[in-house]
Structures are given as structure tokens and as C-alpha cells.
Design a protein around this ligand. Structure first.
Ligand SMILES: Nc1nc2c(ncn2[C@@H]2O[C@H](COP(=O)(O)OP(=O)(O)O)[C@@H](O)[C@H]2O)c(=O)[nH]1
Ligand SMILES: [Mg+2]
Length: 442
């Protein structure tokens, strides 16, 4: 699913990763590549243009967060915008106040309507509902047979009547459902290879006859821009409620998925991911976005860091440092903030300034555990006035924390250096302070 788009986006992001700071220039450069990747994936050009503009606006506006690597931040922004583009949240299908709920399934020929109808029936059945399938595709004789075969497989009744029109079958199926206590009717209709007037009229007539609670438009994701055009045409005539994207298991380039919502302003509700009748998924925009980006981990990490890194606290901390009031107590606080976010090795790169550390500045979990142990072995007074920690106290602290006097000495020395360095810093500069907190593992 979306492999080539994912690959191209990765290339675009790689260039940003090396950069230290988000500037209008490097945002523009990388977004140009993102845009090209989207167009190659057959995303509607207007949609791609708007998308890039939105990302750009947010990226430039977020210079405060130059704390992350630009690559990580851009990926997060692109991810958020992609979720927005795909539609914010999943949507359930309508349910009629008085049963049966009537669902009309429309779309071009071969898009997967009949398969989807059966999949949906299967899905509803598994949720305890009693669906009925209605075979209202009367134009291809095999279509009714196909639905009957599928219905048998999932043990869902199929309403069919050979030699009649679609409107009559649809109406009768609703009556049949009422009499036979089926709570949901799924009406499978005929499609054509291309949007044509006769087909539209027929679907409209069916709609007017049964007044469906939900009209779902089925579209083959592999058809890219054609899918978008078909969606627009059906939308103008039918004002459908939701979209079903099929064949996402194939080598879909992703264009349809990314464009349809923006073009028709209707949610994608389901995706088909295979020919089998259980190959149906509810549509979750965030999952699809992270599949497209292939960067789920980074997005999660940036989110965690944004969540946990308390900007206000950091500013206060900086103030303290500049006044040399930063104590081991504060330091311990910081350490714990960092640890909340997850494995240190992953998280460090996302702490302001940490991403600038030289590659040989080793940080590992054990080193931090040791630092924490040392600080914990200090008395409250020692923590706030490290100056009083003489030789005897050092030995006691080493013993109490299961470390050596050298370890304690090293920590004290680094802490002192950090305080010195902080005095030289300009206001607002968090980076160096955090860098000062880089205590080597051993
Ligand atoms: N790989 C894959 N094939 C699908 C999917 N949905 C439908 N198909 C296949 O697409 C073809 C056309 O499906 P059909 O339901 O008959 O389309 P209809 O003409 O719109 O009713 C059939 O061969 C289906 O098995 C899907 O999600 N993935
Ligand atoms: Mg069909």
C-alpha cells in the first residue's frame, strides 16, 4: 500500500534530517520534493498545492520548536495535515429510527460494489445485525448470480428478482426486509465503465424510491485521478454520504485516498483491502497517514516530546540557571521529565539541543540511572548547595548510590561547568543548557 509514495517522501525527509534548523529555505526545498512525490502519486494538483501551503504555513510559524530536528518536525506537521486531508475521524454508518436501515451502494463498474456490499453485510452481521442484500444490478445477468454466491458464503439472504427493473427490486427488498425482520438492507446497484447519464438516472430513481439512510460511493483506489473525477460526478448527482475506497491492497499510488476527501468533502468510511469477504476495514485517517509516511515512530516520538516537555518549566529552569540557582533538585526533575518520554536513546534527539550533540556523546540508560542514584544519595542541603560536598560527603554519597567517588566527582564537576556555562548564555537559549546536561555514561 502506497509504497512508492512512502519511498519518495522518505527521500525528501532525508535531506531535512541533516539540517540543524528550520528555515524558510530548507522548508521550501524539502516541500518542493514532497509536492513532487504527491503529484507522482496522482494526488489532485489543487489538493497537493493546498496541502503544501498548509504545511509551509505551520512549519514557518513553529520556529519556537526548532528544538526538534527539522526533519522530525516537518514529518509531524505533514502527518497532521495528512490526517486533516484524509478527514479527521472515522464515521459510522447511519441507522434508521424505524428499521430497516437502507444503504444504497453506487459506483462505476468494476469498482467493487458487489464485493463491498457482501463485505458490509458480513461486517454488520458480525456486529449482531440482520442484513439483507438486494441485487439491483439488473444489467448484467451474472451480477445477480454473483451476489447470490457471495450471500451464501456469508449466510446472508439475498433479495433478487429476475426480469424486473432496479427500482422495483429495491422497493421490494425493503418490503421483504420489513416482513422478515432484517434490520438493514444493502442495495447493490449497476455501474458503467464511465459516468453516463442513463446509469445516473437509474441510481437516482432507486434513491428516490427507497429514500436510503446512507448512500455509499464505492471507488477503486488504483484509478487515481479518474477516481476523483468519478467521485465528483457521483457526488453532484447523488450527494452521497460516504466513500468506500477499494483495492487498497494493490499497488495504489495513494492519489485517490489523498484527494477524494478534499474534493467531495465527504468522509472515507471503509477501505477494501482484498477480494475476500473479510478484507474490509474501517477507515482511520491517522493510521493511513502513518502508513503513507512510513514514519509512525517519529510522529509518536515528537508527540510524546511535545506532550511531556513543559515549555514553561524549561523557561523557569533557564532563569534559575542563569542566576546560578539551578540545583541538583532541579536537575533530578529534568532527568525525570526526560525519562517519562521513553527509551533515552530514542528520546534524546528530541530534547532541545540534544539533537546537536556530537555523535560520540554517548548517552545510555545506565549512565542516567547512575546519575539519578548519586543525586538521590545527597541530602536536601547538598542538592541545593553542591559547594558543601567535601571529601567525606563524596565518599558517603558514592557508598550510598553504589557508585565510586570518581563517579561522584565527575558529576559534581560537570554540574559546576554547566552552571558556569549558563552564566554566559543569552536569554532564551535553552539549547546549551540542555547540552550541559549531557553526562557521559561512565
Ligand atoms: N484486490 C482487491 N480486489 C477487489 C477488492 N474489492 C473488489 N475487488 C475485485 O474487483 C473486481 C470487481 O469487483 P465487483 O464487486 O464485482 O465490482 P462491481 O462491478 O462494482 O460490482 C472483482 O474481481 C473483485 O474481486 C479489494 O478491496 N481488493
Ligand atoms: Mg457488481
Amino acid at each position: 500500500m502506497f509504497e512508492s509514495l512512502t519511498q519518495k517522501l522518505e527521500t525528501a525527509f532525508k535531506k531535512l534530517r541533516g539540517q540543524g534548523k528550520i528555515t524558510p529555505q530548507n522548508v521550501e526545498d524539502s516541500l518542493r520534493e514532497v509536492r513532487r512525490a504527491l503529484l507522482d502519486a496522482d494526488v489532485n494538483y489543487k489538493v497537493a498545492k493546498q496541502f503544501i501551503e498548509d504545511v509551509q504555513k505551520r512549519a514557518i510559524g513553529q520556529e519556537v520548536l526548532s528544538s526538534f530536528t527539522p526533519g522530525q518536525l516537518i514529518i509531524k506537521i505533514i502527518n497532521d495535515e495528512m490526517v486533516k486531508l484524509l478527514g479527521e475521524s472515522k464515521m459510522d454508518i447511519a441507522s434508521a429510527q424505524t428499521p430497516p436501515t437502507v444503504i444504497l451502494v453506487a459506483g462505476l463498474q468494476g469498482s467493487g460494489k458487489t464485493t463491498f456490499s457482501a463485505k458490509l453485510a458480513n461486517h454488520l452481521k458480525s456486529k449482531g445485525r440482520f442484513p439483507l442484500l438486494a441485487a439491483a444490478d439488473v444489467h448484467r445477468p451474472a451480477a445477480i448470480d454473483q451476489l447470490e454466491v457471495l450471500g451464501k458464503q456469508i449466510e446472508v439472504p439475498v433479495y433478487a428478482e429476475r426480469g424486473t427493473g432496479a427500482v422495483k427490486i429495491a422497493k421490494e427488498s425493503v418490503n421483504f426486509a420489513r416482513k422478515n425482520v432484517r434490520d438493514t438492507v444493502i442495495i447493490d446497484t449497476a455501474g458503467r465503465l464511465h459516468v453516463d447519464e442513463e446509469m445516473m438516472k437509474e441510481v437516482e430513481a432507486v434513491r428516490d424510491a427507497v429514500k436510503p439512510d446512507e448512500i455509499l460511493f464505492v471507488v477503486d483506489a488504483m484509478t487515481g485521478q479518474d477516481a476523483v473525477n468519478a467521485a465528483r460526478a457521483f457526488y453532484e448527482r447523488l450527494n452521497f454520504d460516504g466513500v468506500v475506497l477499494t483495492k487498497l491492497d494493490g499497488d495504489s499510488r495513494g492519489g485517490a485516498a489523498l484527494s477524494i476527501r478534499a474534493v467531495v468533502k465527504k468522509p472515507i468510511k471503509f477501505i477494501g483491502i482484498g477480494e475476500k469477504l473479510d478484507a474490509l476495514e474501517q477507515f482511520f485517517p491517522d493510521r493511513i497517514a502513518s502508513r503513507i509516511l512510513g514514519m509512525g515512530d517519529i510522529v509518536t516520538l515528537v508527540e510524546k516530546a511535545q506532550e511531556h516537555f513543559d515549555e514553561e518549566k524549561a523557561v523557569k529552569m533557564e532563569e534559575k540557571l542563569r542566576k546560578s540557582q539551578f540545583t541538583f533538585e532541579d536537575f533530578l526533575d529534568q532527568l525525570r521529565e526526560v525519562k517519562k518520554m521513553g527509551p533515552i536513546s530514542q528520546v534524546m534527539g528530541m530534547i532541545p539541543g540534544m539533537n546537536k550533540l556530537p555523535a560520540n556523546a554517548e548517552i545510555d540508560e545506565r549512565g542516567l540511572v547512575r546519575v539519578e542514584a548519586i543525586i538521590q544519595s545527597m541530602t536536601a542541603e547538598e542538592r541545593s548547595r553542591p559547594g558543601i560536598i567535601n571529601g567525606t560527603r563524596r565518599r558517603r554519597i558514592a557508598l550510598g548510590s553504589g557508585t565510586t567517588v570518581q563517579d561522584v566527582n565527575r558529576l559534581l564537576k560537570q554540574f559546576e561547568e554547566m552552571q558556569k556555562m549558563m552564566k554566559k548564555l543569552k536569554k532564551g537559549n535553552m539549547r546549551r543548557m540542555m547540552q550541559g546536561m549531557n553526562f557521559p555514561a561512565n
